[in-house]
Design a protein around this ligand. Sequence first.
Ligand SMILES: [Zn+2]
Length: 451
Amino acid sequence: MKIQFLGGAGTVTGSKYLLSIGDKKILVDCGLYQGVKNLRQKNWDKFPVEPSSIDAILLTHAHIDHSGYIPAMRRAGFRGTIFCSSGTFDLCKVLLPNSGYLQEEDARYANKKKFSKHSPALPLYTEEDAIASLRLFKAVSMNKPIAIENDITATFTPVGHILGASAIQIKALGKVITFSGDVGRSKDLVMKPPQPLAATDYLVVESTYGDRKHEVCDSFEYLEKIINETSKRGGVVLIPSFAVGRAQINLHVLQSLKQSKRIPNLPIFLNSPMAISATQIYNSHQKEHLLTPEECQLIDDGTRFIRTPEESIELNASSYPSVIVSASGMASGGRVLHHLKSLVTHHRNSIVFIGYQAPGTRGAALVGGATQIKVHGEYLPVKAAIHHNGSLSAHGDYEEIIDWLKQSNIAPKKVFVTHGERTAADSMRLKLKDGFGWNTCVPEIGDEFEL
Ligand SMILES: [Zn+2]
């Protein structure tokens, strides 16, 4: 058995781990590179193995940096089965076509502005490619071993993070290897804590927060204070939010505050078609998260879902005071930009960024104290109150991951630390080596190991 790291090594995106087991090839995760241009450019590299030679893809969860390369693989000839949890499958039905649409938009924009080296610029894949790739998916149950190929079995176990997210344990040739996927929080507001792992010979573990600890912050008190202050000023609270996971946490906190009368009875809008779909998917998978049927119902009844562009434009012109949750989470694109444009210039409003804000995004600039911000080519003065709650992350920090591994009570022969920037991954490697005495390494892209 061999493992090769084709992505998600030395960086947090583009997760792709290739297992060669005898004459079978299995890819664990099939993610897009995201972030700075040099990384995104890698999505265009020829895949190092003939896609048609891969027998199956096992998917830990639906985030695009883990699933978003699947339509490109299909386009290049992959026709195997894609195994994942049913929550992951349902989220991929929304996320992958949207990713295809965005790829097409990028190509259209490049052609209009004529900045592509290629004429005409083509999308990496289309919405149609993404829809076609969904036919290859097969949803599996958690905690039940599944036959992937003859004598190769896989077991998916929940790891919090987002709906459907799983660690995957693969057994073949008398050996066991486990992939952590993205590991969630020990105390999340919506997702259950990660389930301890079963015995394994090899472990591939993520290290997004390998060198950082999350701040502790009561998300209820935090939003309660901002909303009460802002509504007294007659302003709007705008919460830029990731569509999957974060949007549902925000709606849960907002509706609970409103129900317990800790904030006034003001309208709460969700303006993001993808976040609306994701919220419905969370509601239809109630056993897989912590929200009760009553809490899901409260979100459904209490939130005004803004679906059409016309409703979105209308919302922009109205309703003070109110709370608007809209994507994207770092204000790098999407409908939130229209709200930002109309709200950022007035002192009565508040803008609340949640979680990590990547360098170069408007979110990072505003949180960093920018006095003006460029939206749709126009510079706007920043007058609104800017807040940042950095504690709400979907990833466990190093302490939470180490506690989870302790609970797992495993003794792997070798541990591969992946899915982290270089210093984070190396810091995690040291902690695992010193804390557990494990044989650890941080693989580079392209590295291959015999297991
Ligand atoms: Zn993720």
